[in-house]
Design a protein around this ligand. Sequence first.
Ligand code: ITT
Length: 192
Amino acid sequence: MKLVFATNNAHKLREVSQTIGECVELVSLAECGVVEDIPENEPTLEGNALVKARYIYSRTGQNCFADDTGLEVDALGGEPGVRSARYATDGHDDEANKKLLLERLAGKQNRAAQFRTAIALILDGKEYLFEGVVRGSISSEPRGDGGFGYDPLFIPEGYDLSFAEMSAESKNAISHRGRAVAALADFLKQYC
Ligand code: ITT
């Protein structure tokens, strides 16, 4: 089955293509000629994922899915959450986002956090939602060169390594997106 993955983030595309399974042929936005930015101004991850998927479904008429991911930090009341991409600035400035997060957590004992991914799937006009969560904590400084975004600051529960210090396979096996994609792939089995 062909599914468009509504993302402009090449890291996400790579991660999802490693975990979605053989039943699905992933189609990128570039492959279906979508070059514009897709608006994502909803107050929740689920809302943003749905808006992105609906946009691509009406634009291309093809079955598709989108994800939205947030880093939810307990001591910050769940921030940056849905604003994770635009935490420090209006753009996607990973360095500024990580710096601001460390500043906001300075002196705080409680560094518990979670990554949460919402996936919205549109299949023949019907909408479905999937979720994946991984608990962990925020390190005191960035560690590792792998992954992307906030990965150098996130230590998943039960590990001493940050996501950026893990192999792609190890991150995918336990990550928010890996878990949400596993739920999506499980659902799609009935159509394969
Ligand atoms: P699309 O909307 O085009 O899919 P995006 O990069 O805007 O791509 P999100 O809105 O889902 O993706 O990401 C919100 C923020 O969270 C952004 O700063 C990402 O870098 C970061 N992020 C998302 N997934 C992540 C992951 O697996 N590890 C670390 N940071 C992640």
